[in-house]
Ligand binder design. Structure first.
Ligand code: 6GU
Length: 224
């Protein structure tokens, strides 16, 4: 998979891809991340990427020309499955969306900033608009990092234990059951006996029930 991220703040997006699972995925050659600084696509001397909005009103708007230049150059080099715009009024990111996007080969992610982008960018270039939740971020960069994380960890070979992505919270619309490791007793607090029994079918049944109860308590909306 190849992800091209277009941003006015590339520094903000460097560290997530230089650590942990995402770095390992890149090192293994399973994913390529390319950061594009929108200012590199500005022709005027002031390196201006935003301007006042027509009709008046507070806040700057990202201009169409540098975005067009960047997206058009990328599109001339390869085909893209999706051109995503990160915005609070996009479709809310859910596990199902991450699962679908993880099957793609090439994607562009455009990070919104200021008030957002000129509507013509959304009308003519964008194929999907994504929000990461009902709150406002200063820009789309942190949202893009989260979107990339959810997608990349699903690519086969990225996680060491192939089975573990399938047992995550939300993967079957349930929250994860409680987990424990050594010691079996700490300050008198015991690990549930069943987990020490070695009886795999019983352990699985216990985990399923715990996941169900946990979900019913915390996120009953997931069971509807
Ligand atoms: Cl993707 N961008 C911004 N600016 N705010 C958000 C968001 C994205 N998702 C939720 N809030």
């Amino acid at each position: 998979m190849r992800i091209d991220i277009i941003t006015v703040l590339p520094e903000l997006l460097k560290s997530p891809f230089e650590a942990s699972i995402l770095k390992r995925a890149i090192d293994k050659g399973l994913v390529e991340i390319h950061l594009h600084n929108l200012r590199d696509y500005v022709t005027d001397n002031y390196k201006q990427v935003d301007d006042y909005q027509y009709g008046g009103g507070a806040g700057m708007v990202m201009m169409i020309e540098p975005i067009d230049k960047c997206i058009s150059k990328l599109k001339s080099e390869r085909n893209y499955d999706e051109i995503i715009y990160m915005t609070p009024d996009g479709e809310t990111l859910k596990q199902r969306m991450a699962n679908h996007l993880s099957l793609n080969e090439n994607m562009i992610i455009l990070c919104g900033h200021y008030k957002g982008v000129d509507q013509r960018v959304r009308d003519h270039f964008i194929t999907k608009e994504v929000s990461i939740g009902d709150y406002v971020l200063s820009g789309g960069e942190l949202g893009a990092a989260i979107l990339c994380d959810t997608i990349i960890r699903l690519i086969p070979g990225v996680l060491g234990d192939e089975a573990s992505a399938l047992t995550d919270s939300f993967q079957d619309d349930l929250l994860a059951p409680p987990i424990y490791t050594r010691p079996a007793e700490y300050k008198g607090w015991k690990v549930p006996e069943i987990l020490l029994s070695g009886n795999t079918p019983k352990i699985e049944a216990w985990r399923d029930e715990e996941a169900y109860q946990h979900t019913k308590e915390r996120r009953p909306d997931l069971l509807e």
